[in-house]
Design a protein around this ligand. Sequence first.
Ligand SMILES: [Zn+2]
Length: 457
Amino acid sequence: MSDVVACTAVHPLPDGEVRLLGAIESVTGAMTRVDIGGQKLLVDCGIGQGREARSWVFPDAAKGVDAVLLTHGHLDHIGSLPQLLDGGFDKPILATTATLDIARISLEDSLAMQRASFREIQWFLETFDKLAHPIPYDRSSGPTGALNLNVTFREAGHILGSASVDIVSDKSRVILSGDLGRPGSPILKDAFTHWGNARDVDVVVMESTYGSREHEHGHDDIEEKLLSVVKETAAKKGKIFIPAFAIGRTQVLLYFLNELVESGRLQRVPVALDTPMGLLVTETYAKFRQLYDAETIHKLSRGDDPLDFDDLYVSKKGRDSARIRSAPGPMIIIAGSGMITGGRIINHLVDGGLADPRNTLLFVGHQSVGTPGRRIQEAAKSGASVWLDGEEVPVRARIETLRGLSAHADRKELKAWLSAIPRVKRVALHHGEASAQRDLVAYLEGKALPSSSSHQH
Ligand SMILES: [Zn+2]
């Protein structure tokens, strides 16, 4: 049994060390410095989000590295790249091609939200494009450019392009999980399991978002719940508003809606995709079909595009969004952002959506404390109203949550992923609350209590 270590920043290697710079005992701000074989790498360059945003400080140790490796394009893994590039970083950024594409979309959006000027955004994108260095899955980078190491990206099954990273020098080997998806998730392949045992693994850095929990809801439960919410709302000619994160969650929702429409169980309810970034990311998913799992490729070969169906309408411009608002129900509207902290969902809810008892607001992910999403959930219980965008809005719509759409492996799935790696000397947990990390240590050592039920993140 290897050593499993929770909430600890530094892990020694025969020829260097692994140092967690972020997500040491939290779920955002993933950033890890790996000094190995005389070279300095940064794996992910994330940013603190939610309640961790206030205390987030860009770490000095992130500067002066020889390369950045990105595991995937979620902001909590890439959000500090603008700051790194601003500071003069001019070395390669290594990632899968899909991750580089998604990172570019996501960072452009994030800079615009922070009110960066057009010139600043253009400068960032040009610099990012110059440094971006795509590495295909399962192919060792070999010594590239300044790097004298072997770096291999392996499928992580979390979002399109997501990868675990295997880094090998003459004396050390480190594997970083990145965020790990659930086996059997729609669209994507499962995480890689065929790790070679030619070399000991000195340190595995593994995420632990669900270190305490086991998911209870399967795909059939999700489809049934989605169908019943839509049917009941449609019968009242209401609208179903779904606040969804643009990357990953939106595409999985489209996949389930496509299943319901193509199987004939859901009929004549138009679906509006009212999120410019969600649309761009969905187009990126469509560009990388070679990364889909066998089931999805089989669907495609039968002529069924899992991310497109007859009743799906996309809205590119703001005036399309206004037209959707004035159109009568029934209708499903998918709009960002996932916790209602911004995006077009706010206009829909303020402009009559939330006050109309025929409508349903369907959450598809965990709502963090302090976000408008959580405030609406609480107001719904007490019958109060909420303040959104400077207006007091009564919560009369039905409020529901669709569970089970998590893009993260639970503790059982994390254990299975880890046990597929032979000859591991030390496991460093990160990307989880301190309690989740401690629970996972106990679980991996066979001392855990039965799990509490699944929450979403
Ligand atoms: Zn992620």
